[in-house]
Unconditional design. Structure first.
Length: 557
């Protein structure tokens, strides 16, 4: 082994099979370079520490170009610590390999034989098997937990519908020594009711008499627990999102999400509101041009939609009240815990109603949909598990005018983003809004925002033209989950709104025509699915409420 090792973080590779630490084939990190010396023996004391040379730009003579320089003392100290970690990991892997060898000496999967004298096993999903007491069943799924104990094996099987505790004995227990977490199997056996004092999902366990292996998951370095480690860096866990979804918490949130969307659709159906599916590729804006994602659409400039609102408004004369549930996109470079670049938007537009009726409708939607989710036999218990102290919202919600909210913030010494006292016309930013909502501690309909801080299409209040007939729904612990308003129904007033915002109205001809060909009073709103889920499931960030979250800097996997 050379006494000098080269490190280049840009092109180096931490793999002794591919690189040797020479100038031509450098390593990527100093820690691995040190580890490469002891990798074979795993005992640093038998090897002399090499000199580490790190690739960096030559500050003294830039014309000479970048070169390799001796590692700094602090970086070397860090590298030694990293090397120790790699050594421990390698020792653990070697031990795991030894365990695998022992496992291979156990009964081979193919040696298992099904007892043909037993009743034929009926195929079941786990959630249905809870009621199949004393029946012989066949259940397929993933090994969620695994514990071998001499002649017994305790296994928890997962199939997406639920979890099933299983007990393997005899030859099945011997063969299970070769199983790994996340392997797929088909288990055959009898469903038994648990005795008093014992607990397991569904109150049952499967007494396994035979199993077949479908797919064996890796062990060692590639094992599931090495891929998804507790307390790992969040960005690394997001890289492994496809595996993280197998965890009990994330999968529970996704099941609650499905129930929420189902409950919202149920409410709309009961209210006689029609679902439509507007386009996601558009050439107009709804919430300001700075948050648009641009795309080339056959040579024309187009965007991903920020909202389906304008299209929903065009449906009112033909379909009456309408709603849409689909993705919206916002190009905000925001890293707050309540922002996503892509989110599932629940939007509705309703006609021939007043502002007060719109507020009552939004309130009814939230209360009813949450009630349906809580009574769902799957989602209800999951919410109790994720958010034990959750209390369902009740009508009526507190109605708080913007001007009174400003007064509340002043009285409680809460400052605006310039660290000054709030004044009429200020946008109430997230931190102040959250402080107020959490302090008050009840759902709030925050209404009548100033014209200047709201969108061009929002209708002004007749009794106070400084403000609009607008609303944000604020929930304790999460803040704003809904925003809505009455829409301008007068063509001339709408054109003034376009002019105020500096927007060319020509591309919106199909939208402004709604005010020309039979205008009508109407209003609508949008709900961020992930925000309402964060409140419902007590998640710190909306990223935990999206299947594959997209935000600034993240568009994988």
């Amino acid at each position: 082994m050379t006494s000098k090792l080269y490190i280049n973080e840009q092109v180096g590779i931490d793999d002794t099979k591919k690189n040797n630490g020479s100038k031509e084939l450098p390593f990527k990190t100093p820690a691995y370079a040190l580890f490469s010396v002891v990798e074979k023996s795993l005992e640093a004391t038998t090897n002399k520490e090499p000199e580490l040379l790190v690739f960096k730009k030559n500050e003294e003579t830039p014309e000479a170009g970048p070169d390799y320089f001796p590692i700094t003392a602090s970086a070397l100290k860090k590298a030694r610590k990293g090397c120790e970690g790699l050594k421990k990991k390698a020792i653990k892997a070697a031990s795991a390999t030894e365990q695998v060898t022992k496992k291979l000496e156990a009964l081979d999967f193919n040696q298992l034989k099904e007892d043909k004298s037993l009743p034929k096993a009926k195929p079941f999903k786990i959630i249905k098997s809870y009621n199949a007491i004393d029946e012989r069943v066949k259940i397929s799924g993933w090994v969620h937990r695994l514990r071998n104990k001499k002649s017994l094996c305790f296994l928890v099987l997962r199939d997406g519908t639920g979890y099933l505790q299983c007990v393997l004995t005899g030859d099945c227990a011997k063969a299970s020594a070769n199983l790994t977490l996340e392997s797929t199997v088909s288990l055959y056996g009898t469903i038994k009711k648990l005795p008093e004092g014992k607990s397991a999902p569904g109150g049952v366990e499967l007494s396994v008499d035979y199993f077949t292996l479908i797919g064996l998951a890796p062990s060692g370095d590639e094992s599931f627990t090495n891929k998804v480690q507790e307390n790992a860096d969040p960005s690394l866990l997001l890289d492994q999102r496809h595996l993280m979804l197998r965890g009990e918490t994330l999968s529970a949130v996704m099941k609650v999400r499905a129930s929420l969307l189902r409950s919202v659709r149920r409410f709309y159906d009961e209210e006689g509101i029609t679902e439509v599916t507007p386009p996601c590729m558009v050439q107009t804006q709804v919430e300001g041009g700075s948050t648009l994602f641009k795309l080339d659409y056959y040579g024309e400039e187009s965007f991903l939609t920020q909202s389906s609102q304008l299209y929903l408004e065009t449906c009112l004369p033909s379909l009456g009240d309408v709603y849409a549930i689909q993705e919206s996109f916002r190009a905000e470079k925001s890293h707050t815990r309540r922002h996503l670049s892509e989110y599932t938007h629940i939007e509705a537009e309703l006609c021939f109603l007043t502002f007060d009726e719109l507020l009552s409708h939004i309130e009814k939607l939230i209360v009813t949909a949450i009630h349906y989710v809580l009574e769902d036999p799957v989602a209800g218990p999951l919410i109790k598990q994720l958010n034990p102290d959750f209390k369902a919202p009740k009508s009526p919600f507190m109605r708080l005018e913007y001007k009174d909210a400003i007064k509340w913030l002043q009285e409680h010494g809460i400052k605006n983003e310039e660290n000054e006292e709030f004044k009429f016309g200020d946008d109430i930013a997230e931190a102040a809004e959250r402080k107020m909502t959490d302090t008050i501690g009840v759902p709030i309909l925050l209404i009548k925002f100033p014209v200047e801080i709201k969108s061009f299409y929002m209708k002004k209040c007749i009794d106070d033209p400084r403000v609009t007939e607008s609303v944000d729904v604020l929930m304790p612990t999460v803040g704003e989950i809904t925003g809505g308003s009455m829409r301008i129904d007068d063509e001339e007033e709408l054109m003034a709104g376009f002019k105020r915002e500096g927007i060319n109205p020509e591309p919106y001809y199909w939208f402004t025509d709604q005010r020309k060909y039979g205008t009508a009073p109407h209003g609508g709103y949008g709900i961020g699915t992930e925000r309402i889920l964060a409140w419902l499931c007590q998640r710190y960030t909306v990223r935990d409420c999206s299947l594959y979250p997209r935000f600034s800097g993240r568009c994988k996997p």
